[in-house]
Design a protein around this ligand. Structure first.
Ligand SMILES: Nc1ncnc2c1ncn2[C@@H]1O[C@H](COP(=O)(O)OP(=O)(O)OP(=O)(O)O)[C@@H](O)[C@H]1O
Length: 306
C-alpha cells in the first residue's frame, strides 16, 4: 500500500469562487504531512472534502488506495479530524471525551483514559474553561485520537499557540507519530511552523497544489543564492544565459534576478553584466530560508525555472 490518503484531481468551487483546482495530494503511512498555504488557499476546503463534509465537483479521494466514496464510514473511522475547538467549556477534559465516545459509538470504557494518558491530561481535573491554549490543543488531539484512527487531520493546529505551546505540540505529534504509528496531516499558513515537524510537504496556492516534496528535498531548496539588482533584469537574464546555458534562475520584477547556483562566480557575473552595458546596483550571495523558498514558489506558481 503506497498511500494512506490520496486526493486525485479534486476540484471544487463555491458558486463562482474556485476553491480547489485539480488537487492531488499523497499522504503515506507514517508521515507527518504539512499542507502549507496562505489564508484562502483552499486548505480547509480540501479537509472538508476529505472528511465528506463538503462535496467536490470532480475528482476522488482514496483511503488505503480504495475510493472513499465506497466506504465513507470506514474513512471516518480511519481518520481522526480536528477543525478548531468544539468543547463544552463547563465540562472537564474527561467528560468532553466521554461525550465524543458516545458520538462515535465507542463503548470501550478504557478509551477515554487511554487517550487522556497519551496527551498527558489524565491527572487534570479542572474544567476546560480554565485550560491554557496548549492544554486545549492537547485535548483537541485526544479528541481526534478517540477510536484509534490511523491518520489525524488538523486544520491550522498551531494558530494561537505561543512558542512554548508550539514546541510541546511538536513533541507530542512526533511522539504519537513514532510510538503510536499515527500519520498526521496538518495545515498551516506559515511554513516555519511545520518546517521542524513535518516529514513531507504539499504547497497549495489559490486552490492549486504547486508542489509536494519531502523534508530532505525542501531543505535542499534552502540553498545558497546570488541576488542581482540591475536596471534591466530581462537583459541580465539574457546575458547570463549566453555564458551559463543551464543556469537556474528567477526573474523577480523588472530589476531583480536570483540565481540558485554560481555562488563562486560572482566576479565573473559582475563583469558579464557590466561589459554587457547594464547598470549593476547590487550583487549579493545569500542563504535562502525555507520561508523565502516558499514565497518564491508562490511567486512562480510552482514553476522551478522561469
Ligand atoms: N462556504 C463558502 N462559500 C463561499 N466561498 C467559500 C466558502 N468556503 C471557502 N470559500 C472560499 O474558497 C477559497 C478557499 O477557502 P478555504 O477556507 O478552503 O481556504 P484556507 O486555505 O483554509 O484558508 P483559511 O486558513 O483562511 O481558512 C477562499 O477563496 C474562500 O473565500
Amino acid at each position: 500500500m503506497e498511500n494512506l490518503l490520496a486526493t486525485h484531481a479534486v476540484t471544487k468551487s463555491y458558486g463562482n469562487q474556485d476553491a480547489l483546482h485539480d488537487v492531488s495530494i499523497h499522504v503515506r503511512p507514517g508521515e507527518v504531512y504539512g499542507l502549507i498555504g496562505k489564508n484562502g488557499a483552499g486548505k480547509s476546503t480540501l479537509f472538508k472534502v476529505i472528511m465528506g463534509l463538503a462535496r467536490q465537483d470532480s475528482g476522488e479521494i482514496s483511503i488505503y488506495d480504495k475510493p472513499s466514496v465506497e466506504n465513507l464510514e470506514g474513512t471516518q473511522k480511519n481518520i481522526g479530524f480536528m477543525f478548531g475547538s468544539q468543547f463544552f467549556s463547563y465540562l472537564t477534559a474527561r467528560e468532553n471525551l466521554i461525550y465524543t465516545c458516545k458520538l462515535k459509538g465507542i463503548t470501550d470504557k478504557t478509551e477515554v483514559e487511554r487517550v487522556l494518558k497519551l496527551v498527558e491530561l489524565d491527572q487534570v481535573k479542572k474544567k476546560v474553561k480554565s485550560f491554557s491554549m496548549g492544554m486545549k490543543q492537547r485535548l483537541n488531539i485526544a479528541n481526534a485520537l478517540v477510536g484509534k484512527p490511523d491518520l489525524i487531520i488538523m486544520d491550522e493546529p498551531i494558530n494561537g499557540l505561543d512558542p512554548q505551546g508550539i514546541a510541546s505540540f511538536r513533541h507530542l505529534v512526533q511522539k504519537l507519530n513514532r510510538e503510536q504509528e499515527i500519520t498526521f496531516l496538518l495545515s498551516s499558513h506559515i511554513l516555519g511552523e511545520l518546517g521542524l515537524m513535518a516529514s513531507r510537504f504539499g504547497f497549495i496556492h489559490d486552490g492549486e497544489l504547486l508542489n509536494e516534496m519531502n523534508r530532505e528535498e525542501l531543505l535542499g531548496k534552502a540553498e545558497d543564492q546570488v541576488i542581482i539588482k540591475v536596471d534591466n533584469a530581462e537583459k541580465a537574464a539574457y546575458l547570463l544565459e549566453e555564458h551559463f546555458p543551464s543556469l537556474d534562475y528567477i526573474v523577480n520584477g523588472d530589476k531583480e534576478i536570483i540565481l540558485s547556483d554560481l555562488i563562486d562566480e560572482t566576479n565573473k557575473i559582475a563583469k558579464i553584466l557590466v561589459d554587457g552595458g547594464l547598470e549593476l546596483y547590487k550583487l549579493t550571495a545569500h542563504q535562502q530560508t525555507l520561508e523565502e523558498y516558499y514565497l518564491s514558489l508562490i511567486h512562480q506558481g510552482g514553476q522551478e525555472n522561469v
